[in-house]
Design a protein around this ligand. Structure first.
Ligand code: NAP
Length: 362
């Protein structure tokens, strides 16, 4: 690699690592970091998008400037915006700064930008280099990109199972399959998500809390998906001091009389069917880029079948649960041949002190 390329890559990796500091806080916005060098190549500022509603990465970097940026270079992992939202367009700020060169990793899939930001910079006489650290930038913002292209939240399905592939006893009990360490890792993992989804049956059987246990200041939205609205009068999820709870129900099958049991602080939304894709779309509209499905076998199977799941997190504990009708992570996909089964790409195998944590994607 030529020295120049090595240096450019170094600064873009710096922008990407700054961007990742916003993980879990920027939705519906992307993760963006920016680095500014002066005309001699000295670092004069940097910034990142901390939270939705806060300044964009480029704006933060310009606010933090320690020296004149005229003739300088900007590194940013996503195409700068050219529309006014909660904050003014970054493109205008770049042009007025006198910066001469901009390195951008990827275009913004948001149709309000989608290449327009780059064109405006070029029209203003700025040299724009697109594609530096493209794969790292795509990986960092995969949920933002997925949501913008598909109109649905990026879904991750998580389950914990025994070494014989069981997620619970025949009687529905599943506390606890994995070790305390694995469970506290799950609390931390939740911090990277905008919402956590379960089905009505998991709520009735497990009465979970579904929080990050304080790893995140604003806890992810807790979502209960139900066809019946047969939900208990008392549940930990009804205490919304810790985190908001949303019940989404299928109005074609639910008994709406049951709504009387639900406290007023719980958010409620009805949809016309039990299609998980509609739920995923609603959550995307609410600004959720990335959602974690922590449901049992029935809803997990429906979510996979309807294309709501892009990644799979599996915790495996060295326990044998057995049972003729023990609970599997999924119910029947009705595959008739091995050619039909779902083939995943294993991305990571992480040994924990006692359990194993696998990350795969479709
Ligand atoms: N080991 C693990 O990782 C793990 C994780 C989660 C759950 N579990 C266990 O799983 C058991 C519950 O399993 P489950 O499969 O009934 O899970 P679930 O998470 O409760 O999902 C099923 C429920 O989701 C609702 N639902 C809404 N739309 C649906 C659709 N299109 N397809 C299917 N369900 C839909 C229904 O609620 P209504 O009945 O209210 O209409 C349905 O009963 C519990 O015993 C729990 O302990 C284990």
């Amino acid at each position: 690699m030529k020295l120049d390329n090595f240096i450019h890559k170094k600064w873009m990796i710096r922008a990407i690592s700054l961007a990742s500091l916003g993980k879990g806080f920027t939705s519906p916005n992307p993760l963006v970091g920016a680095v500014i060098l002066d005309k001699k190549g000295k670092l004069i500022s940097e910034g990142f998008h901390e939270k939705s509603g806060m300044p964009h990465a480029e704006a933060m970097a310009f606010d933090n400037l320690k020296d004149d940026a005229t003739g300088g270079t900007l590194y940013v992992n996503l195409e700068p915006c050219c529309h006014s939202g909660k904050t003014p367009p970054c493109v205008d700020r770049i042009i007025s700064s006198g910066i001469k060169k901009v390195f951008v990793s990827i275009k913004d899939p948001d149709l309000r930008v989608a290449g327009k930001g780059i064109r405006l910079l070029e029209n203003a006489g700025i040299e724009v280099n697109l594609g530096l650290c493209e794969s790292e930038a795509l990986e960092l913002n995969k949920s933002f990109i997925y949501k913008n292209l598909n109109g649905c939240s990026y879904g991750v399905l998580k389950w914990a199972m025994s070494i014989d592939g069981r997620v619970g006893l025949e009687n529905g009990k599943s506390k606890w399959i994995t070790s305390e360490n694995s469970r506290s890792l799950v609390h931390k993992i939740r911090a990277d998500f905008d919402a956590i989804i379960i089905g009505g049956s998991t709520l009735r059987n497990d009465n979970p809390i579904l929080t990050t246990r304080g790893s995140k200041k604003v806890e992810p939205l807790r979502v209960v998906f139900t066809k019946t609205l047969d939900l208990p009068k008392k549940a930990k999820l009804w205490d919304t001091d810790l985190a908001n709870t949303l019940i989404v129900y299928d109005s074609s099958t639910a008994n709406e009389e049951n709504l009387r049991r639900i406290p007023k602080n719980v958010l409620i939304e009805k949809i016309p069917s039990d299609d998980p894709k509609i739920l995923s779309r609603i959550l995307a509209e609410k600004g959720c880029n990335k959602v974690l499905w922590e449901c049992g076998p029935k809803l997990a199977t429906s979510a996979v079948k309807s294309g709501c799941i892009q990644e799979f997190y599996t915790f495996i504990a060295p326990k044998i649960i057995g049972g003729k009708n023990g609970m599997n992570p999924f119910s029947d996909f009705e595959f008739k041949s091995m050619d039909e089964v779902i083939n995943l790409n294993l991305k990571e195998i992480i040994p924990l002190d006692r359990d194993v944590y696998l990350r795969s994607h479709s």
